[in-house]
Every structure is written in structure tokens, then in C-alpha cells.
Design a protein around this ligand. Structure first.
Ligand code: TXA
Ligand code: MG
Length: 313
């Protein structure tokens, strides 16, 4: 806690992924987060709060939909983008007039937030463009001594980042599919919320190449898996397969199993992408889950992992 009060940077567990946290009102500390991540300063951060009561401190207008979603899903894997108050500085928002807010559902993160009594600006605790960490060990591996402290709260149970919903103007829209299913939003609001990732708002998780392991990724639907794997093996490549263990494929493959149910797949996705990088593969064939529930987020992350690499990512 002293570390955060004095402008330090602390990696801490959340239910989605580990975050790299700094006091959101300390501009120098926030700048250090950007420096450690290697993230462009114009890409805004999420401010984490201890509870819904803190919402008016950070959001100057709170539409009815925001209240309902916060009441239903906080603490939880949902981030709301709202018009900011002056407490949300340009350093945090990238100079935008909106701020992204969420109350994480992890006892360690909540305990730190309650004791701090303010907001924590925290992006995922990985280097820019890489796979997000779901364990304290991943954070130490990625960021090493660059952080002042790594709090270990066990493996993240959701496994993919929060769902970001823009409520700053007009009808709600999903800016990033994530750990809260779109169906859940619809259940509470009574209408479907469209996905709008190609916006003018700077959301780094929506860059084409992001969440990327080092090995090249090829996407397949389950029905195409066998043919694609065979073709790549005929080229003499060492092929890895990321998907459910129930698909029957050649025995020589290196298999990285993820459960068939989308929530289970989300939980293990980033761990498996990291394993793919140390498995000595030439290519990773990744099987897409159905676009239902958390399957939407898993498909989104796999698509970005498979996108052509830009120098920036
Ligand atoms: O689950 C999560 O959301 C994790 C954990 C640590 O809470 N955090 C996370 O942070 O994924 P980060 O920085 O890796 O991704 C936050 C996303 C970025 O894509 C950023 O551009 C977007 O939120 N964002 C932040 N402020 C925004 C705003 N005002 N308008 C639109 N997007 C915003
Ligand atoms: Mg991130």
C-alpha cells in the first residue's frame, strides 16, 4: 500500500488477468505504467474502483443503463466507458473526454482498492501487444524487476480481459468482447448490444495484431482442423494444435488442450498460448470455439493472435 501511495507500480491479481496498477491520480506513477508496458501514451487505461459508490467521483454523467449494468455485474469482468470527471486525468484517458471504469472481483484487488481509497489505473501486466498474464509467475517472467511488487492471488479464474461497453454517447456498444458474455448484457438491458470494435476510440486490444504469442497462428473451424494440420505437416513443419482434446488428429502433433466449453477455453487460453511459445513449434493451428458466451472473446483474441504482425505490436 505504501508503495502505491508513494507513486510505485504494483502488479496485482484480478479475476480476468493480472493488472499493472498505479494510483490513478498520480500522473508520474501512471506514466511509469506506460513506460514499463511500452505502450503508446495515447492509449487510455482502465481505472479500477473499490465499489459502485465511487462511480460519481469519476463519471460526470451516469446513464440509467450504466447503473443497471454496474448493479448487475460489479464486482466483475465488465468495464464501462463514461464521460469523465476531472479526477480522471489526461494521463489516464489519453486525453479523451471519457474514462473506462471497472470494479474487479478479486479479493486481493478489492482489499488494495479499499485501503487505498481511490482509483487504480491498471492495464494488463504484459508488454504491449503480448499475451496477458493470468498468473503471478507470468508477470514476473514478462516484467521482471521493472515492477516494485508482484502480488500473487493465484491463477485468474476468467482468463480473458473484461468486456468493455461504451456508454459515453448514444446506444451502448461493446468495444471489446471479454469475460462477461454479450448474452448477459442483453439479459439485463433487454436488447442486444452490438460489437463496435472499429471505432475512433483508441483501444489497444482492438489493434489487428495483439495478444500475440511469438509463434505464428493459423485459425481453423473444427471441421477443417484435420486437413489443415495434415497439409502443414506435409510441409515438414512442427505443428501444434490448440483446441479440444476430443478432436481426433494425427498422434505426432503437439497438443495444447483447451476445454470445449467457452468459459473453460477462456480460462486456459493465455496459458496455452504461452506454452505454445516454449514448445518449439513452427506453427500453431488454433481451433475456434462457437461465438457464444465467452466464445466471442476467445475468437476475438485468437483472431488477433493470428493477424499479420505490425512493427508496433
Ligand atoms: O480485464 C481487464 O480489463 C484488465 C484487468 C487488469 O482489469 N485490464 C485490461 O487493461 O485489459 P488494458 O489496458 O490492457 O486494456 C484496457 C482497454 C484498452 O484497450 C484501452 O484502450 C481501453 O480499455 N480503454 C481505456 N479507456 C478507454 C476509453 N476512455 N474509451 C475507450 N476505451 C478505453
Ligand atoms: Mg492489455
Amino acid at each position: 500500500m505504501e508503495i502505491l501511495r508513494q507513486g510505485g507500480v504494483v502488479a496485482l491479481p484480478t479475476e480476468t488477468v493480472y493488472g499493472l496498477a498505479a494510483n490513478a491520480e498520480d500522473e508520474l506513477a501512471v506514466r511509469r505504467v506506460f513506460a514499463i508496458k511500452g505502450r503508446p501514451a495515447t492509449h487510455p487505461l482502465i481505472v479500477h474502483l473499490a465499489g459502485v459508490d465511487a462511480l460519481p467521483d469519476w463519471a460526470r454523467s451516469i446513464p440509467e443503463e450504466a447503473r443497471r449494468l454496474a448493479a448487475a455485474f460489479w464486482p466483475g469482468p465488465l468495464t464501462l466507458v463514461l464521460p469523465r470527471t476531472s479526477r480522471a486525468t489526461d494521463a489516464v484517458t489519453g486525453g479523451q473526454d471519457t474514462v473506462a471504469l471497472r470494479v474487479p472481483a478479486h479479493p486481493v484487488a478489492l482489499a488494495v482498492l479499499r485501503e487505498l481509497g481511490g482509483g487504480l489505473a491498471a492495464p494488463s501486466a504484459n508488454r504491449f501487444g503480448r499475451v496477458s498474464p493470468t498468473t503471478a509467475e507470468h508477470v514476473r517472467h514478462d516484467l521482471g524487476n521493472d515492477v516494485d511488487l508482484v502480488l500473487d492471488g493465484g491463477p485468474s479464474i476468467v482468463g480473458v480481459e473484461s468486456t468493455i461497453v461504451d456508454l459515453s454517447s448514444g446506444a451502448p456498444a461493446i468495444l471489446r468482447p471479454g469475460g462477461l458474455a454479450a448474452e448477459e448484457l442483453e439479459r439485463v438491458l433487454g436488447y442486444p448490444v452490438p460489437v463496435r470494435t472499429a471505432s475512433t476510440v483508441r483501444v489497444s486490444g482492438t489493434l489487428a495484431s495483439h495478444y500475440a504469442p511469438r509463434v505464428g497462428v493459423v485459425l481453423v473451424e473444427p471441421s477443417e482442423a484435420l486437413a489443415r494440420v495434415e497439409a502443414l505437416r506435409l510441409q515438414g513443419l512442427q505443428v501444434g494444435f490448440l483446441g479440444p482434446s476430443t478432436l481426433s488428429l494425427p498422434r505426432e502433433l503437439i497438443r495444447l488442450d483447451i476445454p470445449e466449453d467457452p468459459a473453460g477455453a477462456a480460462r486456459l487460453l493465455y496459458l496455452r498460448l504461452r506454452e505454445a511459445d516454449v514448445a518449439g513449434l513452427d506453427v500453431l493451428v488454433a481451433c475456434l470455439p462457437p461465438a457464444q458466451g465467452l466464445g466471442l472473446a476467445v475468437r476475438d483474441r485468437l483472431s488477433r493472435a493470428a493477424a499479420p504482425r505490425t512493427p508496433e505490436a
